[in-house]
Design a protein around this ligand. Sequence first.
Ligand SMILES: [Zn+2]
Length: 298
Amino acid sequence: MNHLPPLAFCLSPLDRAEVVRRDAAALKALEKQTDAQAVLFLRGDPALADNTLLRWPFSKAVRMSQVAEPILLGLQDGAPLYAVDLLPDAETPGLPEFTDTRTAGMRVSIEESGILAQARSLIEWRRKHRFCSNCGAETHQAEAGRKRICPDCGTEHFPRIDPVAIMLVVKDDWCLLGRQESWPERMWSALAGFMEPGETIADATAREIWEEAGIQCDPSTAEIVDNQPWPFPSSLMIGLIIEAVTVGITVDAHELEDARWFSRDEIRAMLSGAHPEADIPPKIAIARRLLEVWASRS
Ligand SMILES: [Zn+2]
């Protein structure tokens, strides 16, 4: 991949504390450290203070959470940092303001956005995977939140990550963008889709383009440009540029409202906000990174 500056959600200063997680006594000792802190979440969204993740002393955050177990995110210069998820109906007076995660991802520093992505994905995974998918029993947290274990059948459950291929289809000096009906007017973006079991990244990319736009691509030209954790709730966006073999478009109306070819000059205009009738996603989105990379090539 190119050496590009990290996108939002892509950098974290934390040591994920692999060894400590397996040592119950060490985990207990960590919680008692005076520099232990926690970031706070309510309904999947973080508390911010002056465009940083609000950090409370660990003991105060645990008192406030009432029931949810804290999740150890990792160590920062030896100090443990936890994520604490407040009850959905927590009394809000006295609590800080909670900010939509997407907005927060654009406001916090790049290092904190990685912490935010990790914490939100783990909290959402825990909320939706309380019960064992093998036998139905209630699971319990292990290794300070890195996994859950079923007390009845012993199955270990690990946080899921869903790979998504997001691709810029190109042909000579043209690239393909699509739009969905629910998007803001004027908005166009790269096509994307979840990978399916038994697929390579390149094959998933070519399949998505065929299904959504009826265009054949050459999987051997698939170039991974960048990647990005996308904590809504647990995607990993794999950004590619791939060359089309055919150019005729047949839109799958279930997936897209429209798709069309844009010239490189048009993309450059869109990147500078100067296109008369089309916009592209903001900087937080890997789709924009794909367009920036391709537009910078001559
Ligand atoms: Zn079980």
